[in-house]
Design a protein around this ligand. Sequence first.
Ligand SMILES: NC(=O)c1ccc[n+]([C@@H]2O[C@H](COP(=O)([O-])OP(=O)(O)OC[C@H]3O[C@@H](n4cnc5c(N)ncnc54)[C@H](O)[C@@H]3O)[C@@H](O)[C@H]2O)c1
Length: 267
Amino acid sequence: MVNRRRFEGRGAVVTGAASGIGRAIAAAFAEEGADVVSVDLRDADDVPTIVADLGEAEAASTVIPAAVELLGRVHVLVNCAGVQPDGPALDVTSEAFDRTFAVNTRAPFVLMQGAVRHFLAVGAPGPEGDGLGGAIVNVASANAIRNESPESVYNASKAALVALTTAFAHEFGHRGIRVNCVAPGETLTPEERASMTAADRSALRSYLERVPMRRPGQPGEQAAAVLFLASDEASFITGHTLVVDGGELAGDWFDRRDAPDVPDGPW
Ligand SMILES: NC(=O)c1ccc[n+]([C@@H]2O[C@H](COP(=O)([O-])OP(=O)(O)OC[C@H]3O[C@@H](n4cnc5c(N)ncnc54)[C@H](O)[C@@H]3O)[C@@H](O)[C@H]2O)c1
């Protein structure tokens, strides 16, 4: 039988939980018994929130100590907050470049530093901790693995996040700390759905022609992957990037006429 309360008594910090995929992740942790703290620019309705601009290094560095203050013990960190200011590479300013990397890459790095320091202080195997170690899951993107244009800086920031995932997994595995990544493909959030025009819907439908499962992902499907990697069920999995994309990265049609039609919803 499936244990639906895998995080009972555990503390989880989820960034970007005021919206979209992050909101679904925070809700799923809470449903499975975790005490959850969100970190976002604005309040997440259902969860205590540390309001912070993660693009500011100083603010990012205060997040884990503040979360420890609120939760007592943090067992799980999920870095989900992200920005995607896409556009032609030749139009990207150095300010936009820096901001994208600050939010998508530096903030997860700074929060991982804070979480690992905390895990080592209280959760490491051996006499100094409770032996539970700690788990980190970073939310990157399928674009980290295969480029999609024109989103050069976004894609690079997420590829760097995958690299940081393997680096932390490798450096701290011997202390019982696991670090993994989820790489979502096209995922339709309630916020996006609510603001969709007819043109957006048609653009999405044509995008979905490359997705074998003929639909976008749901935030709950990304959350399920994150929770699995954060749970004890994944106790020997570290340094891994789990692509959750309905098969998009699995290949290309030899002849597009072989591909079944994308239904016009319901998505
Ligand atoms: N939706 C998709 O199709 C998709 C696909 C691949 C990857 N992703 C990744 O998944 C994550 C969530 O995406 P989403 O679609 O739910 O986006 P979203 O915009 O709905 O949610 C992002 C959240 O991050 C927060 N955030 C942004 N900048 C911040 C900052 N400087 N400080 C604190 N919080 C900040 C926002 O306020 C928001 O609540 C992102 O990292 C995104 O790159 C999404």
